[in-house]
Design a protein around this ligand. Structure first.
Ligand code: ZN
Length: 209
């Protein structure tokens, strides 16, 4: 069985998801938005073998815990190479959105591309490239669960007015990569509540644009 634990963390409440293969206890963390000890300890206490950190994109509010988690758990972090510029913008963006500073931005050296797979136990987590919110936006899918980052939200989509955002691209990604998934695919979003593909195909704001 694959279980999902949700942690709402960081300066603008991003969702971090710990996916656990309950048989082997191997786990992956999708997004890592805070170095808080409470968050680190919760992951430690869950008794898992954390294998990777996968980032949906490089925005400041999804990456602030990366250095601490890499240090504590000895794991590697994967992100699209196309979002390296977003990491550079992170200190400015953090200041702009929350007035906070960051000591050291993560140095991501492992890159994920469309179709790449990451194993935990017998589960394969597959990467889907969904540019638009950022150039290097990625979603991850496993066991009928989609982790959509800031590409698709419950009822809405990610903003495209930040550096390197592109609405046309975002609409294309959602229509061609996400809305083709089975209706009962559960969607775990980067902020806010959970939804599913069937619901979003009917009610998401993007269908009227
Ligand atoms: Zn974002």
């Amino acid at each position: 069985m694959l279980s999902v634990k949700t942690f709402v963390e960081g300066p603008v409440d991003a969702n971090n998801y710990l996916l656990i293969d309950e048989e082997s206890k191997e786990a992956v963390l999708i997004d890592c938005s805070s170095p808080n000890s409470e968050f680190v300890n919760a992951v430690k206490d869950s008794g898992v073998n954390l294998k990777y950190i996968l980032l949906t994109h490089g925005h400041f509010d999804h990456i602030l815990g990366v250095n601490r988690f890499e240090e504590v758990f000895g794991v590697k972090t994967y992100m699209s190479e196309n979002d390296l510029t977003q990491i550079k913008y992170a200190p400015q963006m953090l200041m702009m959105f929350s007035g906070q500073t960051i000591d050291k931005t993560p140095e991501i050296q492992n890159f994920v591309k469309e179709g790449n797979e990451f194993k935990i136990g017998n589960y394969k987590i597959k990467a889907i490239s969904t540019p638009g919110h950022t150039k290097g936006g990625m979603c991850y899918i496993v066991d009928g669960k989609l982790f959509s980052g800031d590409t698709l939200f419950q009822g809405s989509v990610g903003r495209c007015d930040l550096p390197e955002g592109d609405f046309e691209e975002l609409a294309k990604s959602i229509n061609e990569k996400l809305f083709v998934l089975p209706d009962d695919t559960e969607v775990y979003t980067g902020h806010g509540g959970k939804t599913n593909i069937g619901f979003e195909k009917k009610y998401n704001e993007i269908i009227n644009i």
